[in-house]
Design a protein around this ligand. Structure first.
Ligand SMILES: Nc1ncnc2c1ncn2[C@@H]1O[C@H](COP(=O)(O)OP(=O)(O)O)[C@@H](O)[C@H]1O
Ligand SMILES: [Mg+2]
Length: 280
């Protein structure tokens, strides 16, 4: 097997002052593939993403292994992390409104993100940014380069964020609910663009989502999280064979277009899920 891009073994994390850990004993490896992390709100998905980016310095983090390529994420200094974060590993967040600076032109923000990590002239960064805006299928990228964030739609804003995050050729992208703030019509379009770029470039993708249906279509493998734990790991195309009752409950709770309109089932929760793990 090829060496994984990312290796995580027994990652646990407790926020300051919290009585319970937000993440417990999470283990997985990631190759050049698309891995989904699915679970309900509060199950710890975003915390895993932020821990990997080392964005939670106040929290009590422990792991046996947390490694990205040649970087030991457990021991890397903040100085080392500044070189890695946003360059070799990037994170795409839910809502571009909170990620783009409202008083600066979109294109300048993309170009500047590039210049933070790659030494080049302003003109070179601009050309690179425009080419990348084109790659995320923004029509007339020269014009969009001059727009302020309030002048772009949510879908275009998210494509600008994807452009900004992929410009430095990262090997690992963590996308945390990248399309949850978008209308359903643009959601699939944006996901398709992200998916194409990730495949073309052989990037390892961690796709965090509460939406099991979305993840099964865009990922190779899925981790199901419940209360900070991975309760089950499955190939995306084998989700229907899920054994864990929580996964089965999530599957049963997916509304279907054109399906009958009986009430969706409510998940029963078993305290035993807090300690058990099923591998398929
Ligand atoms: N900055 C924080 N400080 C304290 N607790 C937090 C913080 N962020 C998240 N939590 C808690 O950690 C748990 C996991 O949250 P999160 O990782 O955001 O879940 P998810 O992304 O699956 O919705 C929740 O109980 C949440 O309330
Ligand atoms: Mg979250």
């Amino acid at each position: 097997m090829q060496t994984p891009i990312l290796e995580v073994s027994n990652l646990s994390l407790r926020y300051p002052g919290a009585s319970e850990p937000a993440v417990r004993d999470v283990s997985f490896t990631l190759g050049r593939e698309r891995l989904g992390i699915v679970g309900e709100s509060g199950s710890g998905k975003s915390t895993v993403g932020r821990a990997l980016m080392r964005l939670l310095p106040q929290a009590d983090l422990s792991a046996d292994v947390m490694r990205f390529e040649d970087v030991d994420l457990l021991r890397a200094s903040e100085r080392q992390m500044l070189k890695v974060r946003g360059a070799r590993m990037s994170m795409i967040l839910q809502d571009p409104k909170f990620s783009l600076n409202p008083i600066r032109r979109c294109g300048d923000q993309v170009a500047e993100a590039y210049r933070t990590h790659v030494r080049c002239t302003k003109a070179e960064a601009r050309a690179k940014a425009i080419a990348m805006l084109d790659a995320v299928q923004i029509r007339d990228p020269e014009r969009v380069f001059e727009f302020y964030p309030h002048e772009v739609s949510g879908g275009m804003g998210q494509r600008i964020m994807i452009a900004m995050m992929l410009l430095t050729d990262p090997q690992l992208v963590i996308a945390d609910e990248p399309t949850s703030a978008l209308d359903v019509t643009v959601r699939l379009q944006v996901l398709k663009i992200l998916d194409d770029l990730v495949r073309e470039r052989g990037i390892g993708l961690v796709m965090i989502s509460h939406d099991l249906n979305l993840v099964r279509n865009f990922c190779d493998r899925v981790l199901i999280m419940y209360a900070g734990r991975v309760v089950e790991t499955l190939q995306a195309d084998a989700l229907d064979q899920a054994r864990h009752p929580y996964t089965r409950g999530l599957l049963a709770a997916q509304p279907r277009i054109g399906g009958d309109r009986t009430a969706l089932p409510v998940l029963d929760r078993d305290p035993a899920w807090l300690t058990s793990e099923t591998h398929s």
